[in-house]
Design a protein around this ligand. Structure first.
Ligand code: MG
Ligand code: ZN
Length: 181
């Protein structure tokens, strides 16, 4: 049980998503219950990692300093509740750059598996988009969908990729399910 890991998408799972991109610390707003949910994972002995597409960097909409600031805000809020995120991996590329890290490609999840020395088979990956589901499946992780962020729209797409995916209202509900497994 030493290798219990949960991987999270960021925008739409931990914090409010925006069609205009989340570009600043002030625009980084945690979703209700998400910080507490991550802290509960920490307290239960889970290692938590984040894998997030941040093409706003390639688009010039935010800087690495902005991104660092957001992640400091996340870590500070979490620390207040005794929680911790072990690793945040981001893809800075645009959709047309053909990188291996931008979800739906699995590069970020593979990097997390490597750096945490953990087998990703069956590891929960919580997301709100089809790209998250595809990336999870590509590494044998277990995809979970939330209805927050782009989640409702993703579910409304009725994509065949949704078949067999566990769905919950939000991250807090996913964590409830993981911890009661
Ligand atoms: Mg998302
Ligand atoms: Zn990339």
């Amino acid at each position: 049980m030493g290798d219990r890991v949960v991987i999270l998408d960021r925008d739409g799972v931990i914090n409010e998503d925006s069609e205009q991109f989340v570009k600043s610390i002030d625009e980084w707003i945690p979703l209700p219950g998400s910080i507490d949910a991550i802290a509960r994972l920490s307290h239960a002995g889970y290692r938590v990692a984040v894998a997030t597409n941040q093409s706003g960097l390639a688009r010039g909409l935010l800087t690495l300093a902005d991104l660092d600031g957001m992640h400091r805000k996340l870590r500070d809020l979490l620390a207040e509740q005794g929680g911790r995120i072990e690793m945040i991996v981001y893809c800075p590329h645009g959709p047309d750059e053909g990188c291996g890290c931008r979800k739906p490609r699995p590069g970020m999840l593979e990097e997390i598996g490597r750096r945490l020395s953990v087998d990703l088979a069956g590891i929960p990956f919580v997301g709100d988009s089809l790209g998250d589901i595809a990336a999870a499946r590509a590494v044998g992780a277990k995809p979970w969908m939330v209805r927050t962020g782009k989640g409702e729209d993703t579910l409304a797409s009725r994509s065949p990729h949704l078949a067999g995916v566990a769905v919950r209202d939000d991250l807090a509900s996913v964590v409830d399910a993981i911890l009661h497994d």
